[in-house]
Design a protein around this ligand. Structure first.
Ligand SMILES: [Zn+2]
Length: 54
């Protein structure tokens, strides 16, 4: 299935096994890190950007 990068709106293909709260992904396009914060009732993941301290 696909998830949408919250930063650049490109989609990323992930395995359905990887849809799990707390799972991290990195966008292939803009390099931002984001995680699944919640699974909605319809089974689709809710995404939030991980703020990195620099
Ligand atoms: Zn992105």
């Amino acid at each position: 299935m696909k998830i949408i990068c919250p930063e650049c709106k490109n989609d990323k293909e992930i395995k359905s096994d990887d849809i799990e709260v707390g799972r991290w992904f990195e966008c292939d396009y803009c390099g931002v890190s984001f995680e699944i914060s919640k699974i909605k009732d319809d089974g689709s993941p809710e995404i939030k950007i991980i703020e990195e301290e620099k």
